[in-house]
Write a protein that binds this ligand. Structure first.
Ligand code: ADP
Ligand code: MG
Length: 322
């Protein structure tokens, strides 16, 4: 007998490991009832993953469960927010129990790791679409916004952008992945690690931050526009993973590091007086942190090589409707 909507919700979503004290009422009623700590603001973000647009239809559900939550936690990280709750709107072509089991397994592993409780959602039938909303807290006035960058700030990035982009290029037949690095690269695309710790530690130190979902150049561009400033990037300083360095064509490696999407690293700007503090904190980050350029007052994004010769930006990143 096919699973009813209510049995499905009960079986897969109502029983979960995480139980937060600030959830007065979770899944099961018309609304969840939640307590926001005094003197903090609620940070709310939502991302939709559509089959055939954001992931290949045959993507393993275990990766999807992880990614649906990870991309939202990445937005909270970019805001300097501490994750708390999630809601999930799931549109499924059919109630496939093996699919749901695998999806929930990875979703709840990641949720537990970051102390997130799933407090509600909606379940409907239709083409596979996963919409997840994440909620977090940040003390009033402490959020890392896009509009705070100032001339003189150092531009930093966590991790090694471009890894996920290289896999995407390979999928479209435009690159060949070095065999020894295949598993690493695939994991970087399918299992991004939200930089929550980094976002929290950057509160009060970074002037602006964004997470890189559509490509470093494009996402940094959002900081520049919102802050009314420009930037100069040194493309030779872009941190490249051993996998990306093993890729034969380093000009292509620079293109994916600058414009490849789906990295979910943080790009942030630090005023010079805070750089020491950030570097001390970053020494303890397993993802690392690299200074790649400077904010300038002249609008626009300029890229150059280490020797000062200009680098022509051919692609900034991914855009829907482009
Ligand atoms: P309503 O019809 O009042 O919107 P639903 O029958 O859609 O309620 O949902 C019943 C309960 O199950 C609600 O608490 C809702 O938030 C929760 N829920 C439904 N689908 C999901 C889901 N995919 N993930 C988490 N909670 C869900
Ligand atoms: Mg409903």
């Amino acid at each position: 007998m096919p699973l009813s909507e209510f049995t499905l919700i009960q079986r897969y979503f109502a029983n979960q490991p995480q139980a937060r004290a600030d959830v007065a009422l979770g899944i099961g009623d018309d609304c969840a009832l939640l307590r926001v700590p005094a003197s903090q603001v609620l940070a709310v973000t939502l991302d939709t993953l559509v089959a055939g647009v954001h992931f290949f239809t045959d993507t393993d559900p275990e990766s999807l469960g992880h990614k649906a939550l990870a991309v939202n936690l990445s937005d909270l990280a970019a805001m300097g927010a501490e994750p708390a709750w999630a809601t999930l709107a799931l549109t499924l072509p059919e109630a496939d129990e093996a699919w749901l089991t695998a999806f929930c397994r990875s979703l709840f592993v990641l949720a537990e790791r970051f102390g997130v409780e799933l407090v509600g959602g909606d379940t409907t039938q239709g083409p596979l679409t996963i919409t997840l909303q994440a909620h977090g807290f940040v003390p009033e006035g402490m959020a890392l916004r896009r509009d705070g960058a100032r001339p003189g700030d150092v531009i930093c990035v966590t991790g090694t952008p471009g890894d996920a982009g290289l896999v995407l290029e390979a999928t479209y037949g435009r690159a060949v992945i070095p065999a020894a690095h295949r598993a690493y690269l695939q994991a970087r695309l399918e299992r991004p690690t939200p930089r929550i710790r980094q976002g929290l530690e950057l509160r009060g130190l970074a002037n602006a931050a964004i997470d890189i979902s559509d490509g470093l150049a494009q996402d940094l561009g959002h900081i520049l526009e919102r802050s009314g400033v420009g930037a100069c990037l040194n493309v030779d300083r872009l941190p490249r993973s051993p996998a990306l360095l093993a890729y034969g064509d380093q000009e292509m490696a620079i293109v994916v590091a600058l414009a490849g999407g789906d990295d979910y690293e943080l790009c942030f700007t630090v005023p010079p007086q805070n750089l020491d503090s950030v570097q001390k904190l970053a020494a303890d980050w397993d993802c690392g942190c690299t200074a790649i350029g400077f904010i300038e007052s002249q609008p626009g994004l300029r890229c150059q090589y280490e020797n000062g010769s200009p680098y022509r930006l051919v692609k900034r990143g991914y855009e829907h409707f482009a």
